[in-house]
Design a protein around this ligand. Sequence first.
Ligand code: FPP
Length: 265
Amino acid sequence: MLNKINLWKSSRKTLSIDERIEHVLKQPIPNHIAIIMDGNGRWAKKRALPRIAGHHEGMRVVRKITMLANKLNIDTLTLYAFSTENWKRPKQEVDYLMGLPEEFLGKFLPELIEENVKVCMIGNNNRIPEHTKRAVQKAIDKTSSNTGLKLNFALNYGGRAEILEAVKEISNDVRNGKLIESDIDDECFSKYLMTHNLTDPDLLIRTSGELRISNFMLWQIAYSELWFTDVLWPDFKEAHLLEAVEAYQRRTRRFGGIHSEESQK
Ligand code: FPP
């Protein structure tokens, strides 16, 4: 087994990115990848740059990773771009972060359209500035009939807030007779979440060495495979996404059951 892993490690080093893509495409691909893009601030600090320089570099990485995810035929890429807790940051940083979707889409929307990418968003629109909402809505509208990767931005998103909203809507529907209590199961509950039209993430990636979930997709990641890396988000390269997908492909998912070979014993 150890020999097999060493062989795989050394062959991976010598393969080009295109060869690795070809390889990865021969095995089941995660349908939905969610990423906690962390480490922008530390990346900037290491270079004696302001934190926003890290966020700007992070935005460039978003483009690269989106294009690779699309090439890998991944159905959905959800990116944690701004959490419900990020409002606690200094105003200047919040304003900068809220400007990034507009900058990103201003530069790359034509490319996203060309590449058949469909832009979506989860999160609460209430505190998001008008200019940000407008830019995201324009991208959603212009890509609504695209059939490639769903690029799903989590903006002003929090897992607990999402669950609480769902609970309120469900109670309302029960009160109004639209729903009966005994019908509330996993599938029914999922329909009340912001991700009702998406499958749950198969793979959750967090960069920067932090081993936390930080209120991200709490319901949806119940059975996701987790992959953590010390690499800071602005340094995250195509090779790292491939490494995560390769690791995913070596895992056995059991969803609380047992492996099918074992069940035949
Ligand atoms: C966490 O790093 C990162 C964020 C809060 C923002 C993530 C946003 C981007 C990567 C750009 C998004 C781009 C688009 C197009 C919306 P941190 O600032 O907490 O880093 P630190 O832990 O090193 O301080």
